[in-house]
Every structure is written in C-alpha cells, then in structure tokens.
Design a protein around this ligand. Structure first.
Ligand code: PEP
Ligand code: MN
Length: 349
C-alpha cells in the first residue's frame, strides 16, 4: 500500500501516519519528493484498512501496490535514486550525467591493470571495472586472481582515484570483496543466488546487479528487491543481453528493457554492450543505442592487448577504440540532454 500525503504535510501528521502503520506490524518507507511525501507500507497489507488510513490527518490518497516489487518500484520512490562514489563523492550515478565504467574483464596482473586504468581514465571513464573472481563456463578456464587481484585494484584506486567495480560470487566472500571494492558486482549467473543477494543487502556498499541470462525484467527487479529488503538501497541494474535464438551475437541486447526499467523503478540503469554483443565491433553502436534509450551509464570491457586477454578478449575494446566510443557516446549524451560525467583532477573546480 502506498500512502500519498497532502502537499506540505506537517512533521507531526507524518509521524502519526507512520506510527499508525507500524503499530499494525508493517514497516514503512518514506520518500520525500519535491512536491509530496509518500509513505510505502511493507508487510501484511490485510491489516491496513483503507478507510482507517484515509481518515488520518494528512492522507490524501491510498493506493494499493499491484507489482510484486515495492522498495524497487517507482511508485514507492518517485524520484531517481542517485548513488555517489569516490573520495570526494563527486561521481554520481543516476543523475543527469552519464557515467562510464570501463576496464578489463579480469584482473590479470599489475602492468596490464595499470595500463588499462590509465587508458580508460584518460578517455573519460569514471570508474574502473575488473574481475578478481570470475564465473567461467569451464572449470578449466582462468578463474581470476582472487585476493591478490583485489589488492591490485585497491592500488590502482589509490593511484588514480577511480572507484572500483568488481564481482563477488559467493556469500562467504562478501566481506572480503567489500573491504576492497566500491561497488559489488553480482554477475548474470548469480542474479537469483538469493543467499548472495541477502548477504550483499547487509553491507553498505553499492551493488551492480546484472540481469540473468534468461531473466525477465520482473525477475531482475525482484532480485533487486532482495538486496533492498535487507537494508541496502544502493542498487544499480545492469542490462547485459539475454539469451535468444539469435547466434550472430553472444546475447541479445534488450533495448526495450531500458525504458521499461526507467518507468518501473527509480534505480539507475547501466548497460553492458560488451557482454550483450560479445563482439568488439558492436560495442560502440550498442553503447550509443543504450544512451539514446535512456540508460544512466555503461560498463565496458577495455584491454590493452585484447588478443592476449585471459577472458573476453573478442569483445574487449583496445584503448584507441574506447576513445572513439567515448566520443560517439558523448554526441548521443549531448543530443538527449544528458552530458557525460567527466573526471576532474583533485583541486580542479
Ligand atoms: C563480467 O562482467 O565480466 C561478467 C562475467 O558479466 P556477466 O555476469 O554479465 O556475464
Ligand atoms: Mn567479461
């Protein structure tokens, strides 16, 4: 149930509404917008009487929630969620400007990671990606460097100031990865690993939640709801292509998912054109399409030497191609009135 309050409701009246709902054993979620304050009720709605609620001071309307997700729904929080990163909290995801996350698929070693980081930062990326724990289809393929890889990521952050996005695959590793990472990535294969979702919901680290290989949009939003229900509201949703009958591309980028998600949820939407297409030559057009369709950001694989990458080389951009992608994306970002979030060195205004 959503309670829409009257414009300019007093703090006292709002407290009485919250008290009334919580006394009945439900939790409340208050969303303060520019125009109105909305109180979302979470729990056994059968205990709430619509008549009882509308008779309270300051209640304008009571709306039943028909969607299975609540905290993630736009009805509960009409304003876009903005998530801030970096030592100066000056990187904002979910605001007007487009944020680009870039870096290698896997952390493979010090030199390549620093090379990749410098290249993507120089081209305007705001955050660095790189997996230290890799979910590989084959158990014989490179599984990632593990904790030494996380340490390298932390070193790069110390040098460049770029926030780090890295995957966590196992509930038992959440504490370890959270000690190094600015953003915990949940991979497509783990989107419905509910134990993992609960665990990342209990730490105060933003989460990048990737859409499952065959997950519906509702299932993606329900996965976000798991994380939010544990108290972590900083979730970014990631469209990274879904399984279809098409074989020309690794996955099929679901472009419609972007405007659907922007309508259904207040959470930021990030698009991964690298895993969606699976081919370096498709990354730029897919990235441009994603921004044109309303995405808040991109996560892109960039490798100094894709031919020798230990994972996903065929879809990784060389640094020069990434510079070109950024120029093309900038054109689209400007055309749709968004602009790009650019890195400002310390001390710059
Ligand atoms: C990745 O980001 O490298 C990755 C494994 O992505 P996904 O979980 O979307 O396949
Ligand atoms: Mn990858």
């Amino acid at each position: 149930m959503i309670i829409v309050t009257t414009p300019g409701i007093s703090a006292d009246a709002l407290d009485r509404i919250i008290e009334h709902v919580e006394r009945l054993g439900l939790r409340t979620h208050v969303s303060r917008g520019e125009q109105r304050t909305i109180v979302g009720c979470i729990g056994d709605e059968a205990k709430l009487s619509e008549v009882g609620l509308t008779s309270l001071d300051g209640v304008e309307r009571v709306i039943p929630v028909l969607k299975p997700y609540r905290l993630a729904s736009r009805e509960f929080s009409p304003e876009n969620t903005q998530i801030r990163f970096g030592d100066r909290a000056d990187t904002v995801v979910g605001g007007r400007e487009i944020v680009v996350i870039a870096g290698p698929c896997s952390v493979e070693g010090r030199d390549m990671l620093f090379d990749a980081a410098h290249a993507v930062q120089g081209a305007g990326a705001r955050m660095l990606r790189g997996g230290a724990f890799k979910p590989r289809t084959s158990p014989y393929a490179f599984q990632g460097m593990g904790e030494p890889g996380l340490q390298l990521l932390a070193e790069v952050r110390a040098e460049t100031g770029m926030p780090i996005v890295t995957e966590v695959m196992d509930p038992r590793q959440v504490e370890l990865v959270a000690a190094y990472a600015d953003v915990l990535q949940i991979g497509a294969r783990n989107m419905q690993n509910f134990a993992l979702l609960n665990e990342v919901g209990r730490v105060q680290r933003p989460v990048l939640l990737k859409r499952g290989l065959s997950a519906t949009i509702t299932e993606l939003l329900m996965a976000a709801e798991y994380i939010m229900a544990q108290g972590n509201g900083d979730v970014m949703l990631c469209e990274r292509g879904i399984r279809t009958y098409e074989t020309a591309t690794r996955n099929t980028m679901d472009i419609a998912a972007i405007p659907v998600l922007k309508k259904e949820t207040h959470l930021p939407v990030i698009v991964d054109p690298s895993h969606a297409g699976g081919r370096a030559d498709l990354v730029t057009p897919l990235a441009m399409a994603a921004i044109a369709a309303g995405a808040d950001g991109l996560i892109v694989e960039v490798h100094p030497d894709p031919a020798n990458a230990r994972s996903d080389g065929e879809q990784s951009l060389k640094p020069a191609a990434f510079v070109h992608m950024m120029q093309q994306v900038q054109l689209i970002a400007d055309a749709v009135g968004r602009g790009m979030s650019h890195y400002a060195p310390a001390g710059a205004v």
